[in-house]
Design a protein around this ligand. Sequence first.
Ligand code: ATP
Length: 335
Amino acid sequence: MVRRSSVVNILEIENLNVVYTGRKEKVYAVNNVSLSIAEGESVGIVGESGSGKSTLAMAVLRLLSEKKADVSGTINFQGKDILGMSLKDYKQIRWKEISVVFQKSMNALSPIHKIGGQLEDIYRVHEPNENKKVIKEKILKLFTMVNLSDRVYNLYPHELSGGMLQRVSIALSLIHNPSFIVLDEATTALDVVTQGQILREIKKLETEIKMTRMMITHDISVVATSCDKVVVMYAGKVMEVGNVKDVLTKPAHPYTQGLLNSFPSLKGEKKQLTGIRGFLPDLSEKKEGCIFAPRCDFAKDICRNVTPKDYEVSSNQRSACHMHGSEYYENRRTS
Ligand SMILES: Nc1ncnc2c1ncn2[C@@H]1O[C@H](COP(=O)(O)OP(=O)(O)OP(=O)(O)O)[C@@H](O)[C@H]1O
């Protein structure tokens, strides 16, 4: 949604819809999402639980079962139509070009094999003929990058702390030098000190190996400290997109404002946390109007009846709100 003329987009998502069909009732988890991510950019996807962040990532990663989810729209990655290609072709891209770290990625490691051997085996899935010594060197280099010592190579998973295991997962995701990485709550379970360290290492890596990052998180402070752009999702839709600084200091959508007012600030004045009244809507049906209107203190008739389009607030910020950029919002902006 934020477009800069000289920028090359690595990922372009147009009108993406994901409907879970596995149960009696459908779930419209992602609705008409369009967004682009420029090469080298780090983009945070935020929104409360159930807003469709992981589903969006799973669609990009082609990890949704065709039997359980209908995916429509287009996803272009480096000019290639991801949804249009065969799964066999996509598997050539996954891990090599696009990789992912989930919150529980570390659980995928076998408890009875040493870390080094497991990483070596995974490396060979894409490079079956690579020399053992070369692979080991590569893995040790990655360990250094994520601040793990060489001795981890010969340890079993149970001999590592949660933070170390998550660093192993990040090292693993980087094993084929991907140009795009998805981190889905990858640092959420870690203590703040370890999380901060890992985020700093990831940012350093991005400049070293020219990587683009899509980061899914509940934690706005993670976005504030580590991302260039933020996408705010609610009930399967993008509510607001923009540069982190603009969106976090001058939110243009009432949902973003509510989300920001739900987080305490460690710096600056103490403020009353107000949260957002009500709950996420039932996603088993599609309704006209703004999906946030029932929870929005400022909704007018138009909001309840007409689905808002995506309005430009500034060259760096867009908001799907009928009242975008009105004086009314100007007055409500947080400082
Ligand atoms: N496999 C599935 N089958 C049916 N519905 C699903 C499935 N996975 C997710 N959903 C539903 O899709 C909606 C979006 O879920 P999703 O996990 O993408 O949200 P999220 O924003 O990532 O939430 P969280 O932050 O809690 O991970 C929710 O209503 C969820 O219940």
